[in-house]
Design a protein around this ligand. Structure first.
Ligand SMILES: Cc1cc2nc3c(=O)[nH]c(=O)nc-3n(C[C@H](O)[C@H](O)[C@H](O)COP(=O)(O)O)c2cc1C
Length: 205
């Protein structure tokens, strides 16, 4: 039987060129593809608080995210206190310092006793919050905690758990930092997508 080959890249490019217009800051995205293109990790923030409604929307995104067997294995710790943010920023040697300057950090926890796939549940909640933040013009960055070290003896997860008095059996997956963007970053380059990582029908190198 002859195989039907579809040029996904070409059709997506046409779609993209026809429909997408780069959004200007603070405007609600016109479509989901634009949102995905626009979202970049933001590590420099204005010294400005988020409005309560903005924080609520971000947390709602987490609580609306799907979980395996609808078991809701996650918990979230919301940190806004400057001193606590500064302490959190020292949770690992690299890739967390900017937490000190963010307006809001959400520590994402999972309960392995509730779900064997708590990592997936907590990851989906993490990205849902990031996408919601981008949609309302707020910058964010994921800080990886699971499998990372505070120092040679202490894991980043233990450091964060001690600091925030997180009880057993909760595990810390990530900290998502949020804040008003100091400046916009260049959107993702649609021309540079890794189409070679997509295999149609069967895996071919
Ligand atoms: C699972 C995961 C862990 C990450 N951990 C960190 C981190 O610890 N520190 C950091 O600065 N960025 C972290 N990032 C952000 C990535 O570095 C970033 O998403 C990637 O470089 C692509 O850039 P972009 O988000 O601007 O598209 C993480 C992202 C993911 C998805």
């Amino acid at each position: 039987m002859q195989k039907k080959t579809v040029n996904y890249r070409a059709s997506i490019d046409i779609n993209y060129k026809n429909k997408c217009k780069t959004k200007s800051n603070n405007k609600t995205m016109s479509n989901f593809q634009n949102l995905l293109i626009q979202r970049r990790s933001i590590r420099k923030y204005k010294d400005e608080l988020l409005q309560a409604e903005e924080t609520e929307m971000i947390l709602k995104a987490a609580l609306l995210s799907p979980t395996s067997k609808n078991a809701h294995s996650w918990q979230f710790v919301v940190v806004e206190d400057k001193e606590m943010l500064e302490k959190l920023s020292r949770c690992k040697e690299h890739g967390s310092k900017f937490i000190a300057d963010c307006a809001l950090a959400v520590v994402v926890l999972g309960n392995p006793l509730v779900s064997d796939v708590w990592v997936e549940d907590a990851s989906i909640a993490s990205i849902a919050m990031q996408l919601q933040a981008e949609d309302i013009g707020i910058g964010s960055c994921w800080v990886q905690i699971r499998e990372r070290q505070y120092n040679e003896q202490v894991s980043a997860a233990d450091y964060v758990s001690d600091m925030l008095e997180i009880p057993m059996p909760y595990e810390v997956l990530s900290i998502i930092a949020f804040g008003k963007k100091e400046k916009e970053r260049r959107p993702n380059d649609v021309e540079a997508l890794l189409w070679e990582n997509v295999h149609i029908g069967e895996f071919k190198s």
